[in-house]
Design a protein. Structure first.
Length: 262
């Protein structure tokens, strides 16, 4: 097959053939060269198309690999987030349980001595700033509690403490506070309670305990002795507590199951 002339020479030959009325000499050779050039271009186009297809296929595979890797990392992050959320929830719940355990008595569910001490200090600070914000403090001691433990066992004593705690709680206003002060003693904080209303409130507490639900028929109904006092603005809380304790001893000396002030 004759070698193809340069492209511009072949184009001129084809133009001359197309412009002649009768086919000139050598027209078959020129058409053969044109066809061969067409085939070369077609082969080149096929090759380029094949290369492009392979490149696109490789890009699709690479993209799918990136997508799979991305989805895997997203799932890992979601798992980490879930674990983190669960961990944070566990920490929050643990913190709440620890705070509750440090502030509340496990047997009665009442605030404990530590928590009540903080509330008393806060109340004393408010009373120092605002003398009209005085408060009453009362101590109730369960009468003959040792006899219940000795005669019926400590489990019965625990049940009695729980029953008394519930009866006392039900007799309080929303902003009053009752704490288990220790053993069979309960301490009360009554905001905005003066010397006139304090004995009335103390008597209400005493009657609430007397009317508490009996835990056993053979165990006598519980009674309490209550001592009360009014905090004096500017005095330390310990002084107020000592005076309430002295009032409690007055109630016990008077025969128990009664209230006394100091």
């Amino acid at each position: 097959m004759p070698q193809c002339p340069p492209e511009d020479s072949l184009e001129r030959s084809i133009e001359a053939i197309l412009g002649a009325e009768t086919p000139p000499e050598g027209w078959k050779e020129a058409l053969g060269m044109l066809f061969e050039r067409y085939l070369d271009q077609q082969r080149l186009l096929d090759r380029l198309t094949h290369i492009a297809d392979r490149f696109q296929a490789a890009e699709r595979e690479r993209s799918q690999g990136y997508l799979a890797s991305y989805e895997k990392k997203v799932r890992q992050l979601e798992k980490i987030v879930r674990i983190s959320d669960q961990y944070q929830t566990m920490l929050h719940q643990l913190k709440e349980r620890l705070e509750h355990a440090s502030n509340y008595d496990s047997l009665t569910g009442l605030p404990n001595r530590r928590y009540m001490t903080v509330r008393l200090d806060e109340a004393a600070s408010r009373a120092t700033r605002k003398p009209e914000g005085g408060f009453a403090v009362m101590i109730a001691d369960l009468d003959h509690f040792k006899e219940v433990n000795d005669n019926f066992g400590h489990a019965a004593g625990d049940q009695l403490l729980q029953a008394v705690a519930r009866a006392l709680e039900l007799s309080l206003r929303e902003y009053d506070m009752c704490a288990r002060w220790g053993g069979e003693e309960f301490l009360f904080l009554f905001p905005a309670c003066d010397a006139v209303s304090a004995p009335v409130v103390a008597e209400r507490l005493r009657q609430a305990v007397t009317g508490a639900q009996r835990i056993r028929d053979e165990i006598p109904a519980p009674t309490v002795s209550i001592g009360f006092t009014i905090h004096r603005p500017g005095e330390p809380v310990d002084t107020t507590l000592l005076r309430a304790d002295q009032a409690l001893y007055k109630a016990k000396d008077a025969g128990r199951n009664c209230v006394a002030g100091e």
